[in-house]
Design a protein around this ligand. Structure first.
Ligand code: SF4
Length: 244
C-alpha cells in the first residue's frame, strides 16, 4: 500500500457526515473545502507540520496566531485527541501547554503514562475564539462542523503516520466528531467502542472541563475520574505490549 493511503482504520469514521475521505481514496485527493489537497506526498510528521503551517482551508487561520499541529512520538502507542488549541497554545504554537495541558500532564503521570510516549493533537488546528465583551481576552468558541470537516485530513494523516494502538478522545467535540453525533462522553466514558480509527478507541472528558468545576471538591473528584479513565487506556497499552 502506498504511504499516501491511509490504513483502513485511519480512513473512515463512524459518522457518515464526517467521512471526508472515503475508503480507498488517497489522502491528498481533493475533498472540496478541506485540507486534503495540502497533504504532502511523503507522509511524515515533519512534512505534515510544515504543510499545515500555511493551511487556509477554513477561515480559522485568520483568527489564530499560528497552526498548532500535534506533537509527540511518531511511534506513539497512545494518541490523545482534543478539540482545538486554546489561548496559550495558540501563542506558544504547541498543543496542551496551557492550564488544561498542565492538568493533563499531572493526570498522565498519575495514570502511569509517560507523555513522551504519547502523541497529542486536536481535531482542529487553529484557535477558534471570540473577543470578550470587555477587555482583550479571547474567549474559546467551539469550532463549527465545517471547520472540523476542513481540518480532518490533517488528523487522518497524523493517525496514518503514527498508527496508534489506542486513541483517547478528550471531550465531546472530539468524541462526537470522530465517533458519531450520538456519542455521549458522560454515558460512555472510558469504554472502548468499535471504531475504524484505531484498534482501541475510547473517550473521556477534556481536561479544561475539570478546570471549570464549580468548587475545589468537585474539581478534585472530576480529576480523579479523569485519571481513572486514563488508567484504562494505560492498561490497554500495557496489555497490547505484553501480547506483542
Ligand atoms: S483550522 Fe485546520 S483546516 Fe482550518 S485553517 Fe487551520 S489547519 Fe487549516
Amino acid at each position: 500500500m502506498s504511504r499516501l493511503h491511509l490504513t483502513k482504520g485511519a480512513r473512515e469514521t463512524n459518522d457518515p457526515q464526517l467521512s471526508v475521505i472515503s475508503a480507498n481514496m488517497p489522502l491528498r485527493d481533493k475533498a472540496e473545502g478541506t485540507a486534503a489537497p495540502l497533504i504532502p506526498e511523503k507522509l511524515t510528521l515533519d512534512n505534515l507540520r510544515r504543510a499545515a503551517a500555511t493551511c487556509t482551508a477554513c477561515d480559522l487561520w485568520k483568527k489564530g496566531t499560528q497552526t498548532v499541529f500535534g506533537e509527540g512520538s511518531p511511534h506513539a502507542s497512545l494518541m490523545l485527541i482534543g478539540e482545538q488549541p486554546g489561548d496559550k497554545e495558540d501563542l506558544a504554537g504547541h498543543p496542551f501547554v496551557g492550564p488544561a495541558g498542565r492538568l493533563l500532564d499531572e493526570a498522565l503521570v498519575a495514570a502511569g503514562i509517560d507523555r513522551r510516549e504519547v502523541y497529542v493533537t486536536n481535531v482542529v488546528k487553529h484557535f477558534s475564539w471570540i473577543p470578550a465583551e470587555r477587555g482583550k481576552r479571547r474567549i474559546h468558541k467551539k469550532p463549527r462542523y465545517s471547520e472540523i470537516k476542513a481540518c480532518r485530513p490533517w488528523l487522518d494523516a497524523e493517525i496514518a503516520v503514527t498508527r496508534p494502538q489506542v486513541i483517547v478522545c478528550l471531550g465531546a467535540t472530539a468524541a462526537q466528531s470522530l465517533l458519531g453525533k450520538e456519542f455521549s462522553v458522560m454515558r460512555d466514558r472510558a469504554k472502548f467502542v468499535p471504531s475504524e480509527l484505531a484498534p482501541n478507541v475510547m473517550a473521556t472528558v477534556h481536561p479544561s472541563s475539570i478546570l471549570r468545576a464549580s468548587d475545589d471538591e468537585s474539581r478534585r473528584a472530576q480529576k480523579e475520574m479523569f485519571i481513572a479513565d486514563l488508567r484504562v487506556a494505560a492498561a490497554r497499552v500495557r496489555k497490547l505490549r505484553r501480547a506483542a
